[in-house]
Ligand binder design. Structure first.
Ligand SMILES: Nc1ncnc2c1ncn2[C@@H]1O[C@H](COP(=O)(O)OP(=O)(O)OP(=O)(O)O)[C@@H](O)[C@H]1O
Ligand SMILES: [Mg+2]
Length: 128
């Protein structure tokens, strides 16, 4: 049974630096990030769509009855030891929580294995 988890967090774009710095501060330097577009339970707030022409989106939404809007976000991935999960989650909350809708979402997922290519180390050894 592996003792690692992948913490996936979708956060506001402008909180990336603070989140990175916060994670570094608790000893988590290694992570991956991607630029994504997403929507939560508000289905995307009007006025935040940079991909679709808002006027076109409005027409499309009227015609299809489907809300098309997505909000640009940053997604970060950190594979960490089980024992580090609580402080990673707390740090992401501390650096992203404003109390307003859209503060972000965190998912904690099981990880089967990890391998450091340079050395061939496996599992938790590959993270240390
Ligand atoms: N259930 C989900 N599955 C996949 N991605 C999600 C899910 N919920 C939220 N997300 C992603 O997280 C981003 C931020 O979500 P958000 O903070 O708006 O969550 P929420 O559930 O709507 O909470 P709030 O009411 O605080 O806004 C979304 O833009 C989307 O990319
Ligand atoms: Mg939301």
């Amino acid at each position: 049974m592996s003792a690692m988890k992948e913490v996936i967090a979708i956060i506001r774009r402008h909180n990336m630096q603070a989140t990175k710095a916060g994670l570094l501060g608790i000893g988590i330097p290694a992570l991956t990030m991607v630029s994504v577009e997403g929507r939560g339970k508000q289905k995307g707030l009007p006025g935040w769509n940079y991909e679709l022409d808002p006027a076109l989106a409005e027409v499309e939404e009227k015609n299809t009855g489907i809300n098309l809007r997505f909000i640009p976000k940053r997604m970060i991935y950190a594979v960490v030891e089980d024992s580090d999960v609580p402080k990673v989650v707390e740090t992401i909350i501390r650096t992203n929580q404003t109390g307003h809708a859209g503060d972000g979402k965190i998912f904690v997922c099981p990880v089967e294995n990890a391998v450091r290519v340079r050395t061939g180390e496996r599992a938790e050894q590959a993270l240390r």
